[in-house]
Design a protein around this ligand. Structure first.
Ligand SMILES: Cc1cc2nc3c(=O)[nH]c(=O)nc-3n(C[C@H](O)[C@H](O)[C@H](O)COP(=O)(O)OP(=O)(O)OC[C@H]3O[C@@H](n4cnc5c(N)ncnc54)[C@H](O)[C@@H]3O)c2cc1C
Length: 495
């Protein structure tokens, strides 16, 4: 099977899985009110790749069958530009609200497989071969992956990474004839109810003695012992006019428990090999996956700019204060677009013939976006004011007793009708005020570590060559004289 349709995706979702939401264990994800809306949005993304095949599909390099371009291992700058067009399609469909649409993990695994040379270091040849085979399987079956890479927080004073003896974090506890047994928990797995398989791979480097925690693998959601506890649903059933975002884009986030789960040997990419675990995320992973995440972020910012501008127009708000705030959102969107373009223009071959975007523009963006997104939400709230709470549902606007009154008292400036005004402000409320909006903001603050951590990483990996030269020149130190400053480490890992 190659690129799937929405129907084929929904059929795959019927595979059993242990998902809890609220106070119940869910039997049929696509039919459950907490998940039905997003399940059908996911299906629509599968149909989209066929509708926009010229942008979204490419022939599998070995079989010639169509696969999604997000599975492509980029081998030139042109490949990255082509991938951008496909990623934009997906981002536009969800206006960037589903951060973990399948392309996120497809891009991640294409990057891993392209750099199999890094995964095969330190005697991990078999793990690397498994990973390369799995990436082809992922692309050809067109599977959806959820992923979990962070260890649960029990006691922050103990640090972020598990040490030997930690009985909460995911670890290997046994070997079987067919593979290994893993036990423990991870936080979080966005998209879990909608995924076909779960991916586990490294994040923060592990300390000496923590080899049992150095794991990477992919397993089906149906594996016995795998349990997912979802957060409260933000989904709203109802017309998409009343809940334009909450009815469609709640991608869910789940806490994952591995209650003695057997991982087949051919699905193991790292089996307690700390050297590989600590190395594979430090070079190309970040700039590669950031192309997807920043295209999504840019799309969301541009949507926010359009929405805020439309809000101002329907209430006739052309005040300098509002124009200034609208210009501020546009500036964030434009700077994001420019950084993505700079990263693509600066793309280079990282090794093994694989091309990824330049890291620094994306590193800078990742650090600053956790403050830009809350500001954008604040601006939309300030422009919206009480109008955000005076946006009736379609049913009220059509109610025999209320419709004429609503048409008179809830109309907008000029010729703007009450229903048009209500639709804009309901969309704005769903974007900044609903439960989905609160979750979305949390996502932007933390989905790849906090802004605070990303600023620290940015400083740690920054090139200071020109900055130091400028300071040295001002200090009167001759060009070419040896600097007394030690070279910073050139690696990037979530700290
Ligand atoms: C909605 C959502 C979805 C997610 N989805 C996934 C997923 O699908 N898969 C997955 O693996 N993980 C997922 N995550 C988890 C995510 O990766 C982690 O939440 C992320 O790594 C942040 O974790 P943390 O609490 O350690 O953040 P930290 O970086 O520790 O931040 C916690 C707080 O400490 C502050 N802070 C940190 N360092 C400093 C400092 N030096 N000085 C001052 N303050 C500091 C931060 O500002 C913040 O307030 C998701 C998280 C969210 C919120």
């Amino acid at each position: 099977m190659a690129a799937r349709t929405g129907r084929e995706y929904l059929d795959g979702l019927k595979m059993p899985r242990a998902i809890w939401v609220g106070d119940e264990k869910v039997a049929d994800v696509a039919a459950h009110p907490a998940f039905a809306g997003a399940a059908h949005t996911m299906a629509a993304l599968f149909d989209l790749q066929h509708r926009s095949a010229a942008d979204c599909l490419m022939p599998d390099p070995e079989t010639g069958e169509p696969i999604n371009i997000s599975h492509m291992i980029p081998r030139s700058r042109a490949d990255l530009e082509r991938r951008r067009r496909a990623l934009q399609r997906t981002a536009e469909y969800t206006v960037g609200l589903m951060g973990r649409s399948p392309d996120y993990m497809n891009v991640t695994f294409a990057g891993f497989a392209g750099r199999a040379d890094e995964w095969s270091a330190a005697g991990n040849d078999r793990g690397a071969a498994n990973l390369v085979a799995y990436q082809k399987y992922l692309a050809r079956k067109d599977l959806v992956l959820t992923h979990t890479i962070i260890h649960p927080t029990i006691d922050k004073s103990q640090g972020d990474v598990p040490r030997a003896g930690n009985d909460v974090a995911l670890r290997k506890v046994d070997e079987t004839a067919h593979g290994i047994v893993v036990r423990g928990a991870r936080i979080l797995a966005t998209l879990a109810p909608f995924a076909d398989e779960l991916a586990v791979y490294p994040a923060v480097a592990l300390p000496e003695g923590a080899d049992d925690y150095a794991l990477s693998f992919c397993i089906p959601m149906s594996m016995p012992g795998l349990k997912f506890i979802c957060r409260d649903s933000c989904a709203k059933l109802g017309s998409s006019a009343d809940f334009p975002l909450s009815s469609r884009f709640d991608e869910q986030d789940a806490f994952v428990i591995f209650d003695d789960v057997e991982v087949p040997r051919d699905r193991l990419f790292i089996d307690c090999n700390r050297a590989v675990y600590n190395a594979v995320m430090t070079t190309g992973w970040y700039p590669n996956v950031m192309q997807q995440t920043m295209i999504r972020a840019q799309t969301k910012l541009e949507f926010a700019y359009g929405l805020a501008s439309r809000m101002a127009e329907v209430i006739g708000d052309s005040s300098p204060a509002t124009a200034q705030m609208l210009g501020e959102i546009w500036t964030y969107a434009e700077l994001t677009r420019a950084a993505i373009a700079a990263a693509e223009a600066g793309a280079f071959q990282y090794g093994a013939g694989v091309w990824f975007p330049a890291g620094p523009p994306l590193t800078a963006l990742r650090a600053v976006l956790p403050t830009w997104f809350p500001r954008v939400a604040e601006i939309i709230t300030l422009i919206g004011s009480h109008n955000l709470l005076a946006a009736p549902t379609q049913a009220v606007l059509e109610d025999a007793e209320l419709r004429d009154l609503a048409a008179r008292y809830l109309r907008g400036a000029g010729a703007v009708r009450a229903d048009d005004r209500a639709r804009i402000f309901r969309l704005a409320w769903d974007f900044v005020g609903s439960a989905l909006a609160a979750r979305s903001l949390l996502y932007e603050r933390f989905y790849l570590a906090s802004g605070a951590r990303n600023y620290q990483i940015a400083h740690r990996i920054a090139s200071r060559e020109r900055a130091d030269r400028l300071v040295d020149e001002m200090l009167g130190i001759a060009c070419g004289e040896a600097s007394t400053r030690p070279e910073p480490p050139r690696t990037r890992n979530l700290p």
